[in-house]
Design a protein around this ligand. Structure first.
Ligand SMILES: [Zn+2]
Length: 483
């Protein structure tokens, strides 16, 4: 049997053209072996329908615009070329005529112009751009490309290179949008307002991750001993490190939102934090509390921020340090088995003090344990000694950012930046992990992070991309890349 699929164009006034065959599907009689449509047949059909629809739309548009707007005279035809349009259902060559301009407006000096090229300034549909960016945000470029080609009739439509350029251009635009917003709000004074705690923002947490990324595959593939030796001498080009910061805000009434950036690529972490909070709906007279680790960049970001009230040291990082100290009690040769429970109880009591915001007392208690153990030979070289020192320095240095965690917890308020850590994982690990052997520069990683943030926040739709293309570009080459 044969399934013949026909298409018929009908005008709005009811008139219609004779049907065109867009596809034929042949199946063996009396057999269920090839049940239903195959992927290739489906792709072919979609490609055919798209191509017919686009040509018909272009034809109708040309018909409607074939006269001079001033005097109404029909414009003379010179020749026909074609323009290439890339859509989710294939790469299409659309016939594009060139017309002579009308004599009424050119005073005898006739010129040719291509009406379709003037109107179709975007040669890749927003939908395709969006799909490419979205998939390349989640998968390496080559994989994203093959996946799209596998399910859509895009065999000629996209390439590895265009996907990479597109995602970088979209990332650049997204970043520019953030910078534009920061610049617009820079000189607005927030200090005059009577401030109150934000009701909608439940929690903002920030964290960062260091990625060690390989720079040159050539170096890894160095065959000759001499070449390898050279590479070892040039250790700094073997790999480089990218510091990615990620934050997440949870809201009382909406799903959580993420933000992220490469530390070296932003002028001010505080501006970035404020922009994120503003975009999340925090009003100028509202303040939010940020939970983070004690890394210097967060301290500065919160101090310089207009919307963050203050910083709380993340309970998760504190608990991890206590856990490490406790584990080394069990592994220590210098603590007798019968004493272990006592030392552990001391540590737990210190942790309990920190839990209630009593940092100074906790430090004193940990120092007591350390001093007692110092009386023993070789304690100074042990892991336990090192972990205890690390613990009390950590608490001592961050004493001002400790709060009564127990009270906050009982009130249902957040105490841990673990939500930021999952944001870091979301932004970084799956797509940019070390094992992917990607060659990121700070700038490239920063732009990819912007696209990933937009994708994960659900802000990478054709509508968003259309709005994005209206943002003024930093430079002309960037504008060309996006178009
Ligand atoms: Zn005219």
């Amino acid at each position: 049997m044969k399934l013949i699929i026909e298409a018929r164009f009908e005008d709005s006034d009811g008139g219609f053209a004779p049907p065109i065959i867009v596809g034929e599907i042949v199946r063996r009689d009396g057999s269920l072996a090839d049940l239903g449509l195959k992927l290739a047949e489906g792709q072919d059909l979609l490609g055919q329908v798209q191509s017919r629809l686009v040509s018909q739309q272009a034809l109708r548009w040309l018909e409607e615009n074939s006269r001079c707007r001033r005097c109404g005279q029909a414009l003379a035809h010179k020749d026909t070329r074609s323009i290439v349009v890339r859509s989710v259902f294939g790469k299409l060559a659309v016939p594009s005529p060139r017309w002579w301009t009308c004599q009424c407006c050119t005073h005898g000096r006739r010129q040719t112009f291509s009406p379709l090229s003037k109107v179709l300034t975007r040669r890749t549909t927003l939908e395709l751009e969006c799909l490419q960016a979205k998939w390349a945000a989640h998968l390496p470029y080559r994989q994203a490309n093959s996946l799209l080609k596998e399910v859509l009739p895009l065999n000629q439509g996209i390439s590895f290179g265009t996907t990479r350029r597109r995602i970088q251009a979209v990332g650049q635009r997204l970043d520019h949008l953030v910078q534009h917003d920061i610049a617009q709000h820079r000189n607005r004074d927030n200090t005059g307002h009577e401030s109150r705690e934000s009701k909608d923002v439940a929690c903002v947490a920030v964290d960062s991750a260091w990625l060690t990324l390989y720079v040159s595959p050539k170096i890894r593939l160095a065959q000759h001993a001499e070449e390898q030796l050279h590479c070892m001498r040039m250790k700094q080009v073997w790999s480089h490190h990218v510091n990615i910061v990620a934050g997440r805000a949870t809201f009382a009434s909406r799903p959580a939102r993420l933000y992220g950036y490469v530390h070296k690529e932003v002028a001010s972490a505080a501006d970035r934090l404020d922009q994120f909070l503003r975009a999340g709906g925090v009003q100028p007279d509202e303040r939010v509390t940020v939970i983070s680790d004690d890394a210097g960049e967060f301290v500065k970001a919160v101090q310089g921020s207009a919307l963050a009230r203050g910083r709380i040291l993340d309970w998760f990082h504190i608990a991890m340090k206590f856990k490490a100290a406790e584990n080394s009690v069990w592994g220590s040769k210098h603590v007798e088995p019968h004493e272990r429970d006592r030392v552990r109880d001391w540590l737990r009591r210190a942790q309990w003090l920190v839990w209630h915001g009593k940092g100074r007392q906790a430090v004193a208690r940990i120092k007591d344990i350390d001093e007692e153990l110092l009386a023993r030979p070789e304690h100074e070289d042990s892991t336990l000694w090192w972990n205890l020192r690390r613990l009390y320095f950590y608490i001592d240095n961050n004493e001002s950012t400790l709060v009564n965690y127990g009270a906050r917890y009982r009130k249902g308020l957040p105490i841990s930046s673990s939500i930021a850590e999952s944001a870091v994982n979301l932004l970084v690990s799956h797509r940019m992990a070390k094992k992917q052997q990607m060659r990121w520069t700070n700038e490239g990683a920063h732009h990819l992070v912007q696209v990933r943030v937009a994708a994960l926040n659900g802000e990478l739709t054709p509508k968003h991309l259309a709005a994005l293309s209206k943002v003024p570009c930093a430079n002309a080459s960037q504008a060309r890349q996006v178009a």
